[in-house]
Every structure is written in structure tokens, then in C-alpha cells.
Design a protein around this ligand. Structure first.
Ligand code: ADP
Length: 485
């Protein structure tokens, strides 16, 4: 495991300080300790990174790289991520506060799979021949969009970077990646590993920095052709507005307030477990967190009791400890936000069944106990706004129609869960829910091949899957050729 932590801006396969010479501190939320000062990228660094990416797009080494070779580079990068998995997992845990189990076993493994999946796509991107009338041959080419700006949040720093970088590179683009200011470290390491894998200079650049500096400069830059953004709905709207000035192609994966619907005919034990993972996994700092748990009246009291017992077993501890189930909230500011929502829940009259308190490990860190509110109505703040913390709002309902109506009464539409033994009911609810992903008798399942993204204020465009990658990271050229005779 390397002991040096990389903290520089990564441009043209080289480490750089910020043009301004400024840095910002990244800290460990489980201890409050400084991990390292990191180069604070801003507009001048974005200019440099975009320039490098444009050079890559213009260079035959990348533009005309044989697609089998592009595939092999992506595969090689997957191998390098696997070889460095323990280091990347530990770095992610230090920076984000999530458990090492989640960063190492879940996130890093899925990142490896993701690069392999898109390696498999790289040499299968092809156009069509169209049977047009007249003496013409008409065919299409699927070409890269160009320079892609990828902006990712702090909850899944490496995974979400991979969701964007892997398909963008598979389609032959160059990328400028802007990680979140709270969690820049694994993204910088990804840039270094991509160079080690053999990607030419400029193909993947990483500019750590703040949203309103580096992020905003990337979105406004005329040399960037597309923006792939994951983050809050509020910032997503700013991104879409700014990108309109230069007509960039934009895709947005934004917030959620996902309903997890539990019918009386469900396997209740499985539903308790699934709803627990749905909201407490990743500290609830998950866009698709099942933060509204809708429970049918007939099993309501029983469910609340079992669910609260499960929440109480979701133990807080050192994120590196294998028995810890709930890591540290990413930052002090986020901790205050989560605790503010706990107060709002109480003030609105919801019943706090368990949790809702700040906690410490060895007297330190940004921890919040797994929190369960019952008797929540869908109009309360804790049922309407994305909390991004381990706070479950349990809402009672009666019958399928009411469940669907409550589930859809939200501005968001990212994901949803439904728990029932009645297959017909499950399929009807899956049909009627306004959400980009529906899980039936399970929750939080993801795969590189399965598209992920939102309806309504949860955004537009999809990550993952071949079709989504083609939609986002390629453009179609139609070529007409006059045929003699
Ligand atoms: P979160 O609530 O998850 O922190 P944000 O939307 O604030 O979500 O942040 C997601 C990503 O967007 C981060 O990398 C952040 O730095 C970036 N960001 C924030 N503000 C802007 C902006 N005005 N323009 C571009 N990127 C931004």
C-alpha cells in the first residue's frame, strides 16, 4: 500500500499545483483530523485541463486508437484498480467516513466491474446502413461527443467517477473530472492509475476544487462538449442553465426522496432488512436512499417495532472496523443539516422512535445514530426534503391506490421499492411509480449494465448500460454517398 497520498491536480498525465498555488484541507470525518491539503483547482486550472483534453481529442494517438486497444486500456485500468483496491478503499473511508467494508468490498469491486463492462463495449460501438431511396449509400457513424466534464458528489466519490469516466472513455471521449471538495482523493488516484494503464496524456484529467470555482468554470467552458453531473437538484438546475449558453449536452442525476412501499402481504422480516439497508446503508448519504418507508396499516405497529430494533443494531464505530455498520457523516456541515432535520421532524409532530442523536467514537467524529420517525405524514418536511443522512420516515397507508398516490407525491423520482408476495400487485405498482429504478422485494441493487437515473426533479439522462452510454457519450453522423449508375 502506498503511503504517499496524491493531492495534486492531474493534467496531461502529470501532477500540478493549482495555478494560484492555493490548497484546501480534506479531513477525516470519523476523527476530524486533517488528511492532507489538496491543490485547489479553479478557472485557470480548468482551462489547462480542457486544453489538454482537446489536445488528446485532436491527437491520432487517441482519436484514431484502434478500439481493441481502447478496450484493453480500460481493462488494464480495471486490473490496476483491483491491484490497488485496499489502498483505494482505505482512502475512500478516510475521506468520506463510510465503512471500509462499503468502500473496499462494495465500491471498489463495483468500480473494477464497471471498467471491465465498458471495456467490453469499447470495440462494439457501430453505426448502421440505412435503406434510403435513390442512388445513394447512407450510413451512420457513432462518434465521440468530444470533451466531457464529469462532476461528481461526495457520497460515492470513486464509484460515481467510474460511472462517468468508464463509458466516456469507452466511447472515445476525453474527460475532465471534478470530484467533490469533501472527497477528492480517490479521483486523483484514478487519474494516476489511468496514466499507468497507458491512456495518452489529456484523456483523463482530474481537477479537485470547489463547486463554485472549478465546477462552475468547467460547466461554462466553451471547450467542453458535454457535462455529466451527479449532485443536488439545486446545483443541477444551475448546471443546466449555465450549460445552455454554450449548448452543451447535459445529463443530470440529482436528488431523491425514494419511497419504499411495504404491503401487509410482504415477507415482513425481509422487508425490515431491506428497508434498513435502504436507508442506513452508506449512512443514508445515497441519492436512491429509501427515505420514505410506506407501510400498510395491517402490519404498521409490528413493522415499526421490528424496524426500530434493527436500527438500534446498526452500530456506530470506527469505519475501518469490520463490525461497524454506520460510518461518519461526511462533514460537520452535513451533520448539522441532518440534526436540523431531526428537529424539524419533532417540531412537525412526527414520533421519534429511536436515534436522532449526535454520537462520537473515542470522543471524536461526525456520527449520528440510526434514526426512525414513525407516524410521519407525506406533507412533513422530513418526508419532502432530501436529508442525505440515516433518517427514516415511516408513513402509514391503506391499499394499493393510496400507496401509489403517496409514493408519487414528491418532486423527485429517482428510485422506489415495493415489497409484496403478490406478483400482480408488484408489477402494477412498478408500472405506476414515477421513478427511474424500481426494486421489487429487494433494494439498492446496481449493475454496470442496468441504467440508473431519475424522473421529474431527479434529473434526466442515465448512467450505466450500453444504451445510456451511447446516448450520453456519442453523437451520430449520417453520411450520404452518391452511387454511380
Ligand atoms: P451535494 O449536496 O451532494 O454536496 P452538490 O450539488 O452541492 O451536492 O455537489 C455535487 C458536485 O457539484 C460537487 O462536485 C460540487 O463541487 C459541484 N458543484 C457545486 N456547485 C457547483 C456549481 N455551481 N457548478 C458546478 N459544479 C458545482
Amino acid at each position: 500500500m502506498s503511503t504517499e497520498i496524491s493531492t495534486c491536480i492531474w493534467i496531461h498525465n502529470e501532477a500540478h499545483d493549482a495555478a494560484s498555488g492555493d490548497t484546501f484541507d480534506t479531513t477525516n470525518p470519523a476523527t476530524g483530523d486533517l488528511i492532507a491539503p489538496v491543490a485547489r483547482g479553479a478557472a485557470a486550472d480548468i482551462d489547462r485541463a480542457v486544453d489538454s483534453a482537446r489536445q488528446a481529442m485532436a491527437s491520432p494517438a487517441w482519436r484514431h486508437m484502434n478500439p481493441h486497444k481502447r478496450a484493453s486500456l480500460l481493462w488494464r485500468l480495471a486490473d490496476l484498480i483491483k491491484e490497488n483496491a485496499d489502498e483505494l478503499g482505505a482512502l475512500e473511508t478516510q475521506d468520506n467516513g463510510k465503512t471500509f467494508f462499503e468502500s473496499r468490498k462494495v465500491d471498489v469491486n463495483s468500480v473494477v466491474a464497471n471498467f471491465r463492462y465498458f471495456a467490453g463495449m469499447a470495440d462494439k460501438i457501430q453505426g448502421e446502413t440505412i435503406p434510403v431511396p435513390g442512388p445513394f449509400l447512407n450510413y451512420t457513424l457513432r462518434e465521440p461527443v468530444g470533451v466531457v466534464g464529469a462532476i461528481v458528489p461526495w457520497n460515492y466519490p470513486l464509484s460515481l467517477a467510474a460511472w462517468k469516466v468508464a463509458p466516456a472513455l469507452a466511447c472515445g471521449n476525453a474527460v475532465v473530472l471534478k470530484p467533490a471538495e469533501q472527497t477528492p482523493l480517490t479521483a486523483i488516484r484514478l487519474g494516476e492509475l489511468a496514466a499507468e494503464a497507458g491512456f495518452p496524456p489529456g484523456v483523463l484529467n482530474v481537477v479537485p476544487g470547489f463547486g463554485d470555482e472549478a465546477g462552475a468554470a468547467l460547466v461554462a467552458h466553451p471547450g467542453v462538449d458535454a457535462i455529466s453531473f451527479t449532485g443536488s437538484t439545486e446545483v443541477g438546475k444551475i448546471v443546466a442553465r449555465t450549460a445552455a449558453d454554450t449548448l452543451k449536452k447535459v445529463s443530470l442525476e440529482l436528488g431523491g426522496k425514494s419511497p419504499n412501499i411495504i404491503f401487509a402481504d410482504a415477507d415482513v422480516r425481509a422487508a425490515v432488512r431491506g428497508a434498513g439497508t435502504g436507508i442506513f446503508y452508506g449512512k443514508g448519504e445515497v441519492c436512491a436512499a429509501g427515505s420514505r418507508i410506506l407501510v400498510e396499516r395491517a402490519i404498521y405497529d409490528d413493522f415499526v417495532e421490528q424496524f426500530a430494533a434493527r436500527a438500534e443494531k446498526t452500530t456506530i464505530g470506527d469505519p475501518m472496523d469490520g463490525t461497524t455498520r454506520l460510518g461518519a457523516i461526511v462533514s460537520e456541515a452535513q451533520l448539522e443539516r441532518v440534526l436540523g432535520y431531526v428537529e424539524a421532524g419533532k417540531n412537525d409532530g412526527a414520533r421519534l422512535v429511536t436515534g436522532g442523536e449526535r454520537a462520537f467514537v473515542d470522543g471524536k467524529g461526525n456520527f449520528v445514530t440510526a434514526t426512525v420517525f414513525a407516524d410521519v405524514s407525506n406533507e412533513m418536511t422530513i418526508a419532502r426534503e432530501e436529508i442525505f443522512g440515516p433518517v427514516a420516515a415511516i408513513i402509514p397507508f391503506e391499499g394499493v391506490d393510496e400507496a401509489i398516490s403517496i409514493a408519487n407525491a414528491t418532486e423527485y423520482g429517482l428510485a422506489a421499492g415495493v415489497w409484496t408476495r403478490d406478483a400482480g400487485k408488484a408489477l402494477r405498482v412498478a408500472r405506476d411509480l414515477q421513478a427511474g429504478t424500481v426494486w421489487v422485494n429487494t433494494y439498492n441493487q446496481y449493475d454496470s449494465g442496468s441504467p440508473f437515473g431519475g424522473y421529474k426533479a431527479s434529473g434526466y439522462g442515465r448512467d450505466l448500460g450500453v444504451q445510456a452510454a451511447l446516448d450520453k457519450y456519442t453523437q451520430v453522423k449520417s453520411v450520404w454517398v452518391a452511387v454511380d449508375g
